[in-house]
Design a protein around this ligand. Structure first.
Ligand code: NAD
Length: 357
């Protein structure tokens, strides 16, 4: 298979982990006889520094013509501590999602058995948890009207959803539920928010088209509690942009670390595959970032954008084998991990590549 992949490392540890992800793609191409070509582009702080824009036109054009995008992260402390900055790295991310119509963000939360002890949740609660989140990505408060009033002393953001925006992501979630345990949980705040009442109405209207799928509704506050109390009760979860943002970070604790969670953003155009973590400037340049979220993002890219299921499974099995071998990056190591098994970013990458080869 011939495919063209755009690598967009972005900021901070984005560059460190994406380099490992790309190496995994190269080995997969070699092993399975595919021809992958690559290009690189800027986004975020590095793009602002080079061009003045967080999403240069050139990057967007390259994204639109690629078969898939392997993405790192954006963000820089310079902007985090300056709320008045007019140009910000995250604008690049939001604009990319809007321009590419990436309305569905898929976040599989699956705990590798070897990491049961790395989570702050009790192993007996966690064992067997396997959740697929569908987070809506191009609506909600992130894109609604916002304003400062009264000389800056009052501010508002608008939580806004249109019926078609809810329909398209909910359908994707129903389709996925069909291929899994046929259970779908929709998360909203319909007891308070009008946009959530619309959300729930749409889910209820679509449900009869999928009679084989059992649907439940949870309020976001209850869902946040249940996710920690009994993660196994969830299978496919669909929710809006803001609730999904918070819930999936919470769910990262089920997988042991932010450094283990991959995501796929899909919609109208090229799919974008990225770890759920940010640019992590506290560890940038130290060579300790966990690259496995980027590696697992490659598995999603292979399966979802290219339909290469066996290749995706090979990547996941390689990660599993490395963890079974006792190797850990710092974020997933514990007191019992022998010092010689605590690896840096590149060494962890080398272990995965060795397993693949
Ligand atoms: P973060 O995800 O970057 O880091 C949170 C914590 O998790 C940090 O302690 C970090 O060291 C750790 N961590 C994250 N990824 C890790 C990895 N692969 N290996 C080991 N440890 C890891 O979130 P933050 O600190 O809230 O934000 C930092 C910057 O990233 C901000 O500028 C923020 O806006 C941005 N951000 C970007 C994205 C994105 O690009 N999609 C997502 C979230 C945050």
């Amino acid at each position: 298979m011939k495919k063209h992949i755009l690598v967009v490392p972005g900021d901070g540890i984005g560059a460190e982990v994406t380099a490992v992800g790309k190496q995994v793609l190269e080995v997969i191409a070699q092993k399975f006889g595919h021809e992958f070509t690559y290009d690189e582009a800027l986004i975020g702080h590095v793009a602002i520094e080079a061009t003045g824009s967080p999403l240069p036109e050139e990057t967007l054009t390259k994204m639109k013509s690629a078969d898939a995008v392997l993405f790192g992260a954006v963000g820089h402390p310079k902007y985090d501590n300056d709320p008045s900055a007019k140009v910000r790295p995250e604008q690049g991310l939001l604009q990319m999602r809007k321009e590419l119509g990436l309305y569905a963000n898929l976040r599989p939360i699956k705990l590798f058995d070897e990491l049961l002890e790395a989570s702050s949740i009790k192993p007996e609660i966690l064992r067997g948890a396997d959740i697929l989140f569908f987070r809506e990505l191009t609506g909600d408060v992130y894109f609604g009207k916002r304003e400062r009033l009264e000389e800056g002393n009052t501010a508002y953001d608008t939580m806004i959803y249109s019926k078609y925006e809810v329909e398209r992501i909910v359908r994707k979630a129903f389709e996925a539920a069909r291929t899994r345990s046929k259970r779908l949980c929709s998360v909203d705040k319909a007891n308070v928010l009008e946009s959530s009442r619309l959300w729930r109405e749409v889910v209820q209207a679509i449900a009869p088209e999928y009679p084989d799928v059992t649907v439940e509704h949870q309020f976001i506050d209850a869902a946040a509690m249940l996710l920690i109390k009994d993660p196994k009760r969830f299978d496919v979860v669909v929710t809006g942009n803001l609730f999904g943002d918070i819930l999936t970070d919470e769910a990262s604790q089920i997988a042991g670390s932010m450094g283990m969670l991959a995501s796929a953003s899909v919609g109208d155009s090229t799919g974008v595959y990225e770890p759920i973590h940010g640019s992590a400037h506290d560890i940038t340049g130290k060579g300790v970032a966990n690259p496995l979220a980027s590696v697992l993002s490659v598995a999603l890219l292979l399966e979802i954008s290219f339909g290469l299921k066996a290749e995706a499974e090979a990547v996941i099995s390689a990660v599993d084998a490395v963890l079974k071998g006792g190797y850990r990056t710092r974020d997933i190591a514990d007191a019992d991990t022998p010092a010689d098994k605590v690896l840096g970013t590149n060494q962890m990458g080398e272990q995965v590549l060795a397993q693949l080869a």
